[in-house]
Write a protein that binds this ligand. Sequence first.
Ligand code: P6P
Length: 337
Amino acid sequence: MEGVGITVTEHLLIHQKDSPMATGLFTRMFNELIFSAKIIAREVRKAGLVDILGLTGDINVQGEQVRKLDDYANRILIHRMQKAGVLCAMSSEENADIIPVPYNMPKGNYLLIFDPLDGSSNIDANVSIGTIFSIHKKKDGLEEVSVSDFLRSGTEQVAAGYFIYGSSTMLVYTTGNGVNGFTLDPSVGEFLLSHPDIKIPELGRVYSVNESYTMYWDERTRAAVNYFKSSKNERGKPYTSRYIGSLVADFHRNMLYGGIFMYPADNRDPKKPRGKLRLLCEAAPLSFVAEQAGGAATDGEKRILDIEPQSLHERVPLFIGSKRDVEKATAIMQGAE
Ligand code: P6P
């Protein structure tokens, strides 16, 4: 039937045979995640009209000022996902500790890790922002859930993706069988399949990095960034610089057009020697998506998905995007070129 479109639930059911873990419980969790994102999208869309911009006055575990919309998105996700009846605990970029499902609520075996509203420093300027999520399954056993259940390498994720609140609201996710994009149709309130089987171009023409940190980088990082600034790609095309300062927006553009996003380690802050981005709620989920779309992601040395996390809010340098570009940057970072 023309013009109806495939919803996320239908897509999950159609591909359930490819993803054995895409059970009814998984679908129910996904639907709660989608409902939370629809509520967040509604608030993001009207942020300029109501008193939900600006700062709450709080400082989060990352040492960052908490914005009202950040806090709202975090509370919505925690409140709704606790009721989903399929999680045993959550971890949010905004919360220092894990968030267990209350004793009086139904539990499941899934673990949800999320960054409720990434790029939030751009909210007041109406720049695209996003929600990033990563889903693991608790290892069997009845023992109480603890932080150690979350310290799993990215290869163990059962699903990951992001919502981007931009010119349209999109959901892009993987369950390990490729990447699909869905666009929210506000007239029906459903995310409909709009970007089936996304493949990131193997070679891009875009590099995304905050070059104001050049003075804080080591020589190899400068050499890697300089390669993209001063070389033509293997097809003889020059690179162009695009940096929005909102990870989900920069990543999503490179997913569709090709390119590399880099957030290298720098020596600005001795407390953050490995850079700003978080492994569990940013780098690992986006790396799962990137690899499933034919791209790559490293920390300048090793594959992001192979990193064994040592702490909940561990930070990691990130080189992510078109496979050949990430390989080139990583080779330069390793002194191999
Ligand atoms: P910088 C937003 O705060 C964020 O975490 C990412 O969304 C974005 O890519 C990065 O920080 C921008 O950081 O240091 O370039 O301002």
